[in-house]
Design a protein around this ligand. Structure first.
Ligand code: URA
Length: 431
């Protein structure tokens, strides 16, 4: 039921907007502009916003509505405009729809900066069982996820990368997102598309790569759901004129051997310094890097990626960016001195020989979350030290008694139940 153009310029009450969507109508661009103004000015209260989100979740948004919502949310705050004369390469970013052990942002941003790109990465917090880059970065003492916008911009210009929360960029998304989280309306293709792309459009990018995850540890439970979200993201990015590459990646098992905030930062540092290059993580980092450089029309820079890893320049960029954001200046050379370790850790050993058959990303993500590594309630404090490390991968051969993972917990009473839960999440098939 599309409404005619005559009503385009009427200013709706929140109740009008709810009624339109409740009755399966479509919002006009003017309605959506009112909606977003109502979100930022608080003229729409939380109960009304919850009803709006639920109506949109249940009755869907057409592609014109999703595009309008994306553009209105993108312009609800500051939109970055880069002075290209002061930059040595394109302004690019990557965004993932969220996974377990997905440490890619902490690795790919410095690699891209080391090959001459500029990465103004706006990231989020953990969501349910999936980890959040801001929570990971806050395991670094002093790291300020909400710097002054000018300082964020200058860090991107001078160092090549900075990772922070949205702050004054797309502020309407923060409020809408919090209400969606509280009203079980996160997993709507239209709302996810608008939420992700609005923040990326506000970054003023030349190109973006989207890592759309599917599997037990992702918002998209299977590949068709991932494809569906990819199509929506592509359509709106095209309409907004943002060059985008989309990579669909599996999230049935954790992406990397570490799940947990400080453990993932530690792994990212080990990766950048060449002490650990887990195969699946490395393959995805390269694939996403290549895709974003291609979208930016700068494929030539991909040949410099290996050198940036081997000569330590990517690690150095990460260290400088952390220091610029308030973290210690020697994090890269002395990670043990700065990243907290959980008081207790123990290996999980295979109880028979065979091959790792499955590794349930959702169960492992839930376990880490319940140990304190994620939030059960929005106001929960994160325990940055807990988690799982040294995780084997599906397909790995194992001997009876061989360690296949290590659990890190805060309290003695958690250790054995956590090991049991981890054992249940990993199955070893006898050969
Ligand atoms: N990530 C976002 O930024 N927004 C969503 O809605 C889902 C994932």
């Amino acid at each position: 039921m599309e409404r005619d153009g005559l009503s385009e310029h009427l200013i709706r009450t929140p109740q009008d907007l709810i009624r339109i969507k409740r009755d399966r109508g479509a919002w006009s661009r003017a309605d959506i502009a009112d909606l977003v103004k109502g979100i930022t000015s608080a003229a729409i209260d939380d109960a009304q916003l919850g009803a709006l989100a639920m109506a949109a979740y249940l009755n869907g948004l057409n592609s014109r509505e999703v595009a309008s919502l994306t553009l209105e949310v993108a312009s609800s705050g500051r939109v970055l405009k880069w002075d290209k004369s002061g930059l040595q390469g394109p302004v690019v970013d990557k965004h993932s729809t969220g996974g377990v052990g997905d440490t890619v942002s902490l690795i790919l941003a410095p690699i891209l900066a080391a090959v001459g790109c500029h990465v103004p990465m706006i990231s989020g917090r953990g969501l349910g069982i999936t980890g959040g880059t801001l929570d990971k970065l806050e395991s670094i003492p002093g790291y300020n996820c909400y710097p002054d916008l000018q300082h964020f911009v200058e860090t991107v210009q001078k160092v090549g990368m900075a990772i922070a929360g949205a702050g004054r960029l797309a502020p309407a998304d923060r409020r809408l997102y919090a209400v969606r989280d509280a009203t079980a309306t996160v997993d709507s293709v239209g709302l996810i598309t608008a939420s992700i792309l609005s923040k990326k459009l506000a970054e003023g990018l030349d190109a973006l790569v989207l890592d759309v995850k599917w599997g037990s540890g992702a918002v998209n439970r299977d590949r068709p759901a991932g494809r569906n979200l990819s199509e929506s993201l592509r359509e709106v990015a095209d309409l907004a004129g943002l060059p985008v590459s989309i990579v669909l990646s599996e999230m049935d098992q954790p992406l990397s051997p570490a799940v947990g905030n400080a453990l993932e930062v530690r792994l990212a540092i080990d990766y950048l310094c060449g002490r650990a290059r887990p195969e699946r993580l490395h393959a995805l980092v390269l694939k996403l890097g290549e895709a974003v450089l291609e979208a930016a029309g700068e494929s030539d820079r991909f040949s410099q990626v290996e050198a940036a890893l081997e000569d330590g320049s990517a690690a150095e960029v990460f260290g400088r960016s952390v220091a610029a954001m308030g973290g210690p200046s020697d994090l890269i050379s002395k990670p043990d001195q700065h990243l907290e370790e959980a008081p207790l850790s123990a290996p999980l050993c295979a109880d028979h020989s065979g091959r790792i058959e499955t590794m349930d990303a959702a169960a492992i993500g839930r376990l880490v979350c319940e140990l304190g590594g994620g939030r059960i309630h929005a106001a929960d404090r994160i325990d940055h030290a807990v988690g799982v490390s040294e995780l084997a991968s599906v397909g790995d051969p194992v001997e009876s008694g061989q360690p296949i993972a290590r659990i890190h917990v805060r309290q003695e009473r958690e250790l054995h139940p956590a090991l049991d839960r981890l054992r249940e999440a990993i199955s070893v098939a006898e050969e």
